[in-house]
Design a protein around this ligand. Sequence first.
Ligand code: GLV
Ligand code: MN
Ligand code: MN
Length: 428
Amino acid sequence: CPYIGAFQYPSKLDVSGSLVVEQLLKLATFSDVPNPAVTRIVFTPNDMKARAYVKDLMQLAGLTLREDAVGNIFGLLAGDGSAEGLVQTGSHTDAIPLAGAYDGTLGVIGGIAALRALSAAGFRPRRGIEVIMFTSEEPTRFSLSCLGSRAMAGVLSAETLARRLDENGTDFLTAATAAGYGRGSTQAMLDAARVKPGSVSSFVELHIEQGPELEANGTSLGIVTAIAAPAALRVRFSGDGGHAGAQLMPRRNDAGLAAAELALAVEAAALGTGAPDTVATAGRVDLAPNTVNSVPPQAAVEIDLRDVDESRRDAVLAQILAAAEEIAARRRVRLQTEVANRDAPATCAAEVVAAATAAAEQLGASHARLVSRAYHDALFMAQIAPTGMIFIPCRGGWSHRPDEFASPAHVELGVKALALTLARLAGA
Ligand code: GLV
Ligand code: MN
Ligand code: MN
């Protein structure tokens, strides 16, 4: 009998960790750089190849496909219609420059495998269960994260999105339209992608931990209780530049040095809270013209900061802005700043945490509660539905690196835990 006890939750799930890993590694081949590194930017040719592969896998799993106006891709395992709302899962397949094969992709390929296994086990959910490939979780192209889930949650304004241009000056609508998505205007596109209130009954995302806790403690599954609050700041310093030989030191207002000082101020501000949960990173510094014999006239710095405590995160943001002003004044460079995003943290819903815990227990897997320090599409889905996340360990806690790795055994366990969590949330 494929069922246990009074609950119609499948006890035997046909999930092969090595097959899921094989599919992850196939997906990794759609990359702008040679593997093991993966670079896949939204709506580029490799992103389109990844989308086609995901849609193929959804179809092979017997799911019903749909796509929305911003390019989110959905695969549905139909419910029997006896309960309201869809249960959704999913993650992203875009990858930052020189990333690995598991970040995000696990939640998409693994989500498809989970639905395929539930269906193969003869499980007929009351609510439909849908796996989503979200558009552009990574902020690489348009300097804003989680575009697909922000659009679904209705928290992305047309003005904000239309202002985010890629490095060629292309806006999201133009790029989405060229990829076969979009609508006549940014507003119409966002209106079309917005989820109707009450139509999602819960959301759960499977992801690698991206940190070291699970592996260090020998724990197989992480059940996420909250997602830290991310913010991003863009700073531009402009000076007069000039010849690196002829421009004597007292006459200079070197924008590059202002950026260098700001990077140190970012570190000092994060360390200054004394809280290990505060993190801040000046991860991108662009000098123009970036030439050895020119005093840099332009320097752009992108800063990422996060904390589980939103007000402490905002205090650090204010401190970094004040440091930028002080540096600009002292170095006589012009300053432009833009807070690119300032998002609230998310608390995971007790019902999703409970379902994931029950799933881990059914599997006999060690599990622990933890906070997600990375952001995810779940951060925005939490604004429209009770939300949770399941983490599996990744080697050394490394992510956003080409050597990102999760074992096939953990991948298999994560997919099974996801399937059983979805089964509980969807109702038997
Ligand atoms: C997601 O990639 C993040 O930066 O947390
Ligand atoms: Mn990532
Ligand atoms: Mn991710």
